[in-house]
Design a protein around this ligand. Sequence first.
Ligand SMILES: Nc1nc2c(c(=O)[nH]1)N[C@H]1C(S)=C(S)[C@@H](COP(=O)(O)O)O[C@H]1N2
Ligand SMILES: [Mo]
Length: 394
Amino acid sequence: MLSEKKRLWKKLVWLHHSNAWIFLFLAVTGIILYLPLLRPVLTVVRVWIRDVHIIMGFLSFLVVVLYTPAFKKHMKQLGKKLNQKVNVYLVLFILAGLFSTGFILTYHRQFPAGWNSAALFLHDLFTWAGIPYVLYHAVSRSKWGKRFRKQKENDLPYLIEKENPVINRRKFVQIAGGSVLFLVAAPFIVKLVKPGFVPWTFTGSQNDNQMLPKPKAGYPLKGGGGDGRFRPYTVTTIPSFTAENWSFTIDGLVERPITYTWNQFLELPRKVQVSDFHCVTGWSVNHVTWEGIPLQEFLDLVGVREEATYVKLYSGDGVYTDSLTLDQAAMEDIMVALLIDGEPINQDYGGPVRLIVPKMYAYKSVKWLTRVELIAEDHVGYWEQRGYSKDAWI
Ligand SMILES: Nc1nc2c(c(=O)[nH]1)N[C@H]1C(S)=C(S)[C@@H](COP(=O)(O)O)O[C@H]1N2
Ligand SMILES: [Mo]
């Protein structure tokens, strides 16, 4: 009887601690993916971190599925009271919330539109509720556990923990605390290495661009304003532009390459459209009103040569690029946008001028667009080189 109890408890302890480590790993990688401050510095490993996060999420789900029946049996054996169960059910609820929303985010192409945003919101919520709760659980149990164990020298859990040195709550708390501290400090450490990097400017909307005269909206706010919040992404420090140093070029395999100054660019006739904006990581902003020039109008103007099959899109940040086939580029809702919801596009949202490709994930929507080059062979874009699919269709 005792050995059966002991085996069960050992199994539980093992599952519990595996899950604690997996949870810590998920929390750290999740925060890394979330923190706007870290977006510009982790670009090389970002997709890799996301994939490992997803795999570990599935693994943790397995562990919980294994844990639950063993736990039930254990509770029965020890005749534990309900208040101790409530604790566990709360943890299971948080984990279930994280699993289900994580699953929807991973497979959001298979779910109805709008689910991804809701899932992301809840995933964030469960994370911010779950991490403090689990940390509290670990810390409080470690103090309480020490006292408790001294009193009950012949308590079975105590005996097994003593036998099994892998299980060390204090070590867990140390590593968890260390990771959180490290994540908080990371942007500032990066600042030491990359002097141009300003950690505290990546959270809000900022505008150091000096684009004068300011573009004025030529149309009323058709969409009524975007619904949702953009999460500003950049793989470099946010570039800033002035009317003097900014220009816009269409060249490559064309008959008449052209470069516009800011003043010339403002003279171009603009159109307005309302479209949804989807990031492949799960967030969306719906019915945004964009005002600008359809990409196709530039292509018609310069005369695309026969050898050209792709357009390569360059960001003025000097690093980010992407591409479209000529057929894709002909979609009439692809816009070289100047205004968002009736206002000039802010610097951190890609202003003065960004591309938008509403039918594709937003990594195609190159921010700070300054050059469109017609090329003969495919170009693999920045995120596509780092793991995003060439197929960006939503
Ligand atoms: N130059 C540049 N353009 C970019 C990116 C970037 O990092 N640099 N990120 C892309 C991705 S993945 C997304 S989701 C959107 C984000 O737009 P936002 O920063 O305005 O929210 O911009 C796209 N265009
Ligand atoms: Mo994105």
